[in-house]
Design a protein around this ligand. Structure first.
Ligand code: ADP
Ligand code: MG
Length: 399
């Protein structure tokens, strides 16, 4: 790993959460629960169009050490190493979206969503540590929600019989949409909760059906290099809302529930029916991107991991030229990775900054990272942070 991706110390993150709990609350936690960040291999801005995505879990995780709250104290006390703060949440905060803001809103939002679904959330004390970079597009927010949700469900005896795993991402998404106020799709929470090691998660964002698709990089002698461009996010929420609105408007004009319902072979006819060039480009991105996800899945099912490179690069071109969500740092990273020998490269995440992933020979990851670093220096950009990612496991109790 080059660049300071992990924050908060060199101890493993589980140990830091556990130590934080003991130090603050004066005894051991009942347990520790972990949930990962994610990268999306392919399928960008398809989730809110009822389409397809293919994320995999990162080895970077958020860990929640949790135990019951003593009687007479605050209902929920939460400390996060990343923020350095301890906050308290009571029932009335948890029942009023917006009552807690900042990072605590993600925790209060999970409690709110559980209570809205009629689950009794146990009074608890939590200590949180994470090595998922915050705000880099690797989904630290979903990792936080998923870790808190898994911890509180287990602590409260809310097992998979009462709250099935496939329903959990919806609750975590509701926390972010309804309490934090971020209109995200279902991908991030699904990835953090449902991913399995060695696999990418093929998710149908309409039916919420999933398929665990083998993504065996090691056997193929390959690696995914993740490049956090550290580009400052510019106008993200406004641009996101504009893209979403354009997609919804186009679907209405085409008389379909969502752009997912425009088949790839029906694209030319659909484009002919749309009034302006910008809208046509937005639609072309979504429809072709859904097809690229399906094509990627077909190659992975056949074990042809190396074959997906051109699909990744085509996805990037579509985000750059048709959906117009890339920025100079991201385009520079993709171009430099490809020149340095990557089989394919693309921005991953919602855009306007964030991360790039590149499919590379396992032995060439360092060389690709170095080439991107040089290209950034030549362009006067701040140094990127690079790491190699293998598909890891979703939310789980770790001790
Ligand atoms: P991303 O999900 O791509 O990392 P977001 O903007 O969606 O970016 O979420 C980042 C926010 O999530 C942070 O600003 C912070 O409020 C919250 N967050 C995530 N992880 C933690 C953590 N371990 N401790 C405190 N806050 C966190
Ligand atoms: Mg997020």
């Amino acid at each position: 790993m080059s660049g300071p991706v992990a924050r908060g110390g060199s101890e493993p993150v589980g140990r830091r959460a556990d130590a934080g709990y003991r130090q603050r609350y004066g005894g051991p936690p009942t347990g520790c629960w972990a949930a990962p960040g994610r990268v999306n291999l392919i399928g960008e801005h398809t989730d809110y169009n009822d389409g397809f995505v293919l994320p995999f879990a990162l080895p970077h995780r958020t860990v929640v050490a949790a135990g019951p709250a003593p009687a007479g104290g605050p209902t929920w006390t939460v400390w996060s190493e990343q923020s350095g703060e301890e906050i308290v949440i009571d029932e009335s905060d948890a029942d009023s979206p917006g009552a807690v803001d900042g990072w605590g809103a993600y925790v209060a939002g999970v409690i709110w969503a559980l209570r809205q679904a009629n689950f009794a959330v146990p009074a608890a004390r939590l200590a949180i540590a994470s090595d998922v970079p915050l705000g880099a597009g690797l989904s630290s927010s979903a990792a936080l929600e998923a870790a808190v949700l898994t911890a509180l469900a287990d602590l409260g005896g809310i097992g998979p019989d009462r709250l099935p795993v496939p329903d959990r991402p919806v609750l975590a998404q509701r926390a972010e949409n309804g309490y934090v106020g971020v209109p995200c799709g279902i991908m991030d929470q699904s990835a953090s909760i449902r991913c399995q090691a060695g696999h990418a998660l093929f998710l149908d964002c309409r039916s919420l059906e999933v398929e665990q698709v083998p993504f065996d990089l090691a056997t193929a002698g390959l690696a995914v290099e993740v490049i956090d461009t550290r580009a400052p996010h510019r106008h993200v929420s406004g641009e996101y809302a504009a893209r979403r609105a354009a997609c919804e408007q186009a679907a209405a004009m085409l008389g379909v529930p969502a752009l997912r319902d425009v088949p790839a072979d029906g694209l030319p006819a659909a484009l002919d029916r749309l009034p302006d060039e910008t809208m046509r480009r937005r639609v072309r991105h979504v429809v072709t991107e859904n097809q690229r996800v399906r094509d990627t899945v077909a190659l992975l099912r056949a074990g042809r991991v190396g074959g997906i490179g051109p699909l990744l690069t085509a996805s990037h071109a579509s985000m750059r030229d048709d959906f117009e969500i890339t920025v100079a740092e991201v385009d520079t990273a993709v171009a430099a990775a490809l020149t340095a020998g990557a089989y394919g490269a693309r921005m991953t995440g919602g855009g306007f900054g964030g991360c790039v992933l590149a499919l590379v020979d396992a032995g060439a990851a360092g060389q690709v990272a170095a080439a991107v670093g040089e290209a950034f220096a030549d362009n006067g950009f701040a140094a990127p942070a690079c790491f190699t990612a293998l598909p890891a496991t979703g939310a789980e109790r770790i001790d």
